[in-house]
Ligand binder design. Structure first.
Ligand SMILES: [Zn+2]
Length: 459
């Protein structure tokens, strides 16, 4: 038995002083502060700390291969960085390589997950529909893989056509799952890239102009129409503008089950990064937007229209980012961020702008667990939940540097940023894994999580 004593417990729907009783890997009781517990229980002192459910990162690419590039981390490396950052569940993607089927891609990615320090789950991915796809999706759902990633861009690689998207929505809906979709109009993006290449230039300094906001809103509107035609639930990954978020919010008002994910870098960084000294380090899709758009997006953390905050972690290093920096069409897209997601969002939005700690937990742990069939085992501190627990010091000030982090790359987009708030003790299923900045237990205890059929009453 263990007791987490003296802290402020923060749940998505409730917060207050309370102690947590842990038996083995599970939380078994929420106790009044200082309540009598088993005298033999080990006491974990949480005085002055927020006690949060471990973060659930709904969008995390581990060792992801796209074209000539593979992102640099293994499950062990990615989950080590995750737990240092207060995240105890990651959800990775099984994106098929050219010629690969969704089932095969999921089997390969799942086999890599054995040496993780914390638990993980998978999103499948469909690129092209054929007469085996429905059967593969049923097999995946039986194995607890119910969310299916799709793309409306990257023609010739992962882009799916509208027939494929409609069929996949219909099938996943009937299997208790959901399509999770990257929306950018490939035609608008391709045209903007062609124009940039023929005029101002297409190197990393011009990244923002190569993927305009309209490409995103146009695609979101088209996909919402398909989802509405099927009454199929749909989850939009990394929405980067308030306009895109509001299209989804309007569809929800019409009765559609639809969700918005925003990612940490779109909420905290802006396109001035592309005129700085290392523009290629900030190349991601959708790109970083103007400060005004970032502010508008961030406002929806407060209005309730953003459902989850993910990282879209992609662990490339500077050499990979620099190789084709003269032409963003050939660059690897994505930023390292599994470790910084919680600290930068907490510092900027909770400490800086007054977002409540409960809403922070809802966005970064509870809702990602709910939309992925993992709640209340993950994303909650209620009895019966896995004892994935973060003791968070809300007042600890520190400077983000590559040296202070543990991701398998040589940079962070937040280098030099002063932040307030840090996870100091992290438990994975009842075991203290991180304490006072040290990895105190490196046992690979990560398990593959099977998603339950999605229950949208929880969302
Ligand atoms: Zn992604």
């Amino acid at each position: 038995m263990k007791v987490v004593r003296g802290g402020t417990v923060v749940e998505a729907h409730w917060s207050g002083p309370a102690d947590l009783l842990i038996d083995g890997e599970t939380i078994v009781a929420v106790l009044a502060p200082g309540a009598e517990a088993d005298p033999a229980a080990e006491i974990i002192d949480a005085t002055g700390k927020l006690v949060l459910p471990g973060g659930v990162d709904p969008h995390c690419h581990v060792g992801f291969t796209s074209g000539e590039f593979t992102s640099l981390d293994s499950y062990r490396e990615c989950t080590t960085a995750a737990v240092f950052g207060g995240t105890t569940t990651i959800i990775d993607f099984a994106i098929p390589r050219p010629g690969q089927q969704p089932l095969e891609a999921a089997e390969i990615q799942r086999a890599k997950a054995g040496d993780g320090l914390c638990d993980s789950a998978l999103h499948a991915c469909v690129v092209e529909w054929d007469d085996t796809t429905a059967g593969q999706l049923a097999t995946l759902a039986d194995a607890g893989i119910r969310t299916v990633k799709m793309f409306t861009t990257y023609a010739g690689e992962t882009m799916a056509d509208e027939h494929t998207i409609l069929n996949t929505m219909q099938t996943t809906r009937d299997l208790g799952g959901m399509v999770v979709i990257h929306c950018e109009s490939d035609a608008i993006v391709t045209d903007a890239q062609r124009f940039a290449a023929a005029s101002a230039g297409i190197d990393a300094t011009h990244m923002a102009k190569t993927r305009p906001e309209l490409a995103e809103t146009a695609s979101v509107a088209a996909i919402l129409a398909i989802a509405e035609s099927q009454q199929a639930p749909v989850y939009f990954v990394h929405q980067s503008t308030a306009a895109a978020v509001e299209l989804v919010a309007d569809a929800r008002k019409r009765g559609l089950i639809a969700f918005t994910e925003a990612v940490a870098h779109h909420l905290t960084l802006d396109d001035t990064a592309y005129s700085g000294s290392d523009p290629e380090r900030f190349v991601c899709c959708p790109p970083l937007r103007s400060a005004e758009i970032v502010e508008g997006l961030g406002r929806h953390l407060f209005t309730g229209q953003i459902t989850t905050v993910g990282s879209d972690h992609c662990c490339y290093d500077t050499a990979q980012k620099q190789l084709h920096r003269h032409d963003v069409r050939h660059m690897p897209n994505g930023l390292p961020g599994v470790e910084t997601r919680l600290p930068v969002i907490f510092s900027h939005y909770v400490g800086g702008l007054g977002l409540t700690p409960s809403r922070f937990v809802e966005l970064t742990a509870a809702n990602p667990a709910r939309t992925n069939g993992l709640y209340p085992r993950k994303g909650s501190l209620m009895p019966g939940a896995d004892a994935d627990i973060v003791l968070w010091d809300p007042d600890l000030e520190w400077t983000v540097t590559t040296e202070a982090l543990h991701m398998a790359t040589d940079y962070t987009p937040y280098e030099g940023l002063r932040v307030r708030g840090k996870p100091v003790t992290v438990l994975v299923r009842g075991t203290v894994v991180v304490h006072d900045g040290n990895l105190v237990d490196a046992t690979p205890r990560g398990r593959h999580l099977e998603a339950a059929p999605l229950d949208f009453r929880l969302c």
